[in-house]
Ligand binder design. Structure first.
Ligand code: AMP
Length: 187
């Protein structure tokens, strides 16, 4: 089973939840650029101040800032034997920067969580009620889905035969079981 994995999929597909469960199961760090950026905003760092308004609009933080953040994180000792990337890369430029940083072909699996669009919107609106995330308003949700289709979906081609599709509809436990089974069957 691969230990250098990334999660692809639209906002609301359950990447964060599933990536955190899978990282624990595999014993590798869960590296979420969304979580890192939200922490930077909360801490009021220079990066956080630059990212805050962009994130609230549902747009992408500039590639160079995110790439620097990930490169720094991947250099930590706990990432030496594997990692699970969640929410990165989100653009072709980020994917190319990652290839350069870790070596082309280092990523073994790009796990694509698939959920139909109307369910994504319903889940994100629900999360807005539960967590009050600034970027879960209806307008921002629409923008984030559009950004996903335009900027991030082309990564499915970039990763080619390393893409493994998993149906993301169902309970958290059902989807997790599906992911584990699918990875176990992936050479
Ligand atoms: P997420 O939690 O992954 O949905 O990310 C929340 C927000 O953080 C996104 O809508 C972007 O504004 C920003 N963000 C997270 N990851 C990236 C990335 N790899 N590149 C650019 N922006 C990102």
């Amino acid at each position: 089973m691969g230990r250098r994995i990334l999660f692809l999929g639209p906002p609301g597909a359950g990447k964060g939840t599933q990536a955190s469960m899978l990282a624990r199961a595999l014993g590798v760090p869960h590296i979420s650029t969304g979580d890192m950026l939200r922490a930077a905003v909360a801490a009021g760092t220079d990066l956080g101040r630059r990212a805050e308004a962009i994130m609230a609009r549902g747009d992408l933080v500039p590639d160079d800032l995110v790439v620097a953040l990930v490169e720094e994180r991947l250099a930590e000792p706990d990432a030496a034997c594997g990692y699970l990337l969640d929410g990165f890369p989100r653009t072709i430029d980020q994917a190319e920067a990652l290839d350069e940083a870790v070596g082309e072909g280092a990523i073994e699996i790009a796990l694509l969580l698939e959920v139909p669009e109307d369910e994504l919107v319903a889940r994100l609106l629900n999360r807005a009620r539960e967590q009050g995330r600034a970027d879960d308003t209806e307008e921002t949700i629409r923008r984030r889905l559009q950004v996903y289709r335009e900027e991030t979906e082309p990564l499915v081609d970039h990763y080619g035969d390393r893409v493994v599709r998993v149906d993301g509809v169902g309970t958290i436990e059902d989807v997790f079981a599906r992911i584990v089974l699918t990875l176990a069957r992936t050479p």
